[in-house]
Design a protein around this ligand. Structure first.
Ligand code: NAP
Length: 311
């Protein structure tokens, strides 16, 4: 039978931002409810080694880190509910949210932590080697490619920045773009072209990523030339896909202000355009996109909710 849940603060999404917001809100006695959504744990569930989340001397695994965050949220009394919010009525106070299970969540405030998803090329081989040489985050995984050869796929600001970042680790970075002109800002392009470690390959489409098993690792990239030159096969160790991200904001469209790419617009206090609704993590941050920054924003949003409710 469907239920109605009442809370001071409903947290939507269970990545680092959502769990951190939940922990802080619970410790402020706001009795938060966390609705975990379709992929509890978020992007870290498809990451393997994590070496840049502070507090751990040795490499940890993304899914393990998220299990720990969930356990910590439960430990401070947060109900972490397997459900998906499908509709948010922002015209009423308190807010009324409907969910896939048929339950209703009535909340004085909401913290949106629904995150973003990296866009992928959609190749079977890309899926197979994800976490084993294929990544969508150079800051997270670049370190594992010291003195190795890698490729970045894409032609926007992210691809150029990822390629530049990877030159701090890799010996050679191919920038593979489907056209003969980058979409990235001119200033970034100028820096890219001056970097001797970066080799742009134009008009190329990725056909497949090849590799070995036991241990699973990437060894080659198959490329087609859009201008009709023969297909080629280059040897490398890693492939970074940087063709954009999609924030998970469909249910908020037309209800709170989003930017032209669908990210939630917030001020520096993480308030959205709707009073009482806050957003934290990758759903409103297309620049830093790190677990630690998302967690920090989750904390900020919970502190702001506490302030908001005490006014
Ligand atoms: P983006 O600007 O949308 O660029 C995506 C790139 O990937 C484009 O070059 C696109 O090719 C290519 N692409 C898309 N789908 C592809 C596919 N299926 N196969 C091959 N290539 C594909 O994404 P982004 O670079 O992640 O940037 C997103 C937003 O964040 C932008 O507004 C950007 O300015 C901003 N951003 C800003 C900064 C900064 O200010 N420092 C840093 C990062 C991102 P085409 O060029 O042919 O369309």
């Amino acid at each position: 039978m469907s239920k109605t849940h009442n809370t001071d603060v409903l947290i939507i999404g269970a990545g680092p931002a959502g769990y951190t917001a939940a922990i802080y809100a619970a410790r402020a006695n706001l009795k938060p409810i966390l609705v975990m959504g379709p992929q509890p744990g978020g992007q870290l569930m498809i990451t393997t080694d994590v070496e840049n989340y502070p507090g751990f001397e040795n490499v940890i695994q993304g899914p393990w880190l998220m299990d720990q965050m969930q356990a910590q949220a439960k430990h401070v009394g947060v109900p972490c509910i397997f459900d998906i919010i499908t509709d948010v009525d922002v015209t009423q106070r308190p807010f009324v949210c409907k969910s896939e299970s048929g339950d209703t969540y009535i909340a004085k405030t909401i913290i949106i932590c629904t995150g973003a998803q990296a866009k992928w090329l959609g190749l079977e081989s890309e899926k197979h080697f994800r976490g084993f040489g294929v990544s969508a985050c150079a800051t997270c995984d670049g370190f594992f490619f010291k003195n190795k050869e890698v490729a970045v796929i894409g032609g926007g600001n992210s691809a150029v920045e990822e390629a530049m970042y990877l030159t701090h680790h890799a010996s050679k970075v191919y920038l593979i773009h489907r056209r003969d002109q980058l979409k990235a800002e001119k200033i970034l392009q100028d820096r890219l072209f001056k970097n001797p470690k970066i080799v742009p390959l134009w008009n190329r489409q990725v056909l497949a990523i090849e590799g070995e098993e036991m241990p699973t690792r990437v060894t080659h990239l198959q490329l087609a030339d859009a201008k009709g030159a023969p297909a080629e096969r280059i040897a490398l160790d890693g492939v970074f896909v940087a063709i954009g991200h999609s924030p998970t904001t469909a249910i908020f469209q037309g209800k709170i202000d989003l930017d032209e790419n669908g990210y939630i617009l917030t001020n520096s206090r993480l308030e959205t355009s709707m009073s009482g609704i806050f957003a934290a993590g990758d759903v409103q941050d297309h620049i830093y996109r790190q677990a630690v920054t998302a967690a920090g924003q989750g904390c900020m949003a919970a502190l702001e909710v506490e302030r908001f409710l005490s006014q």
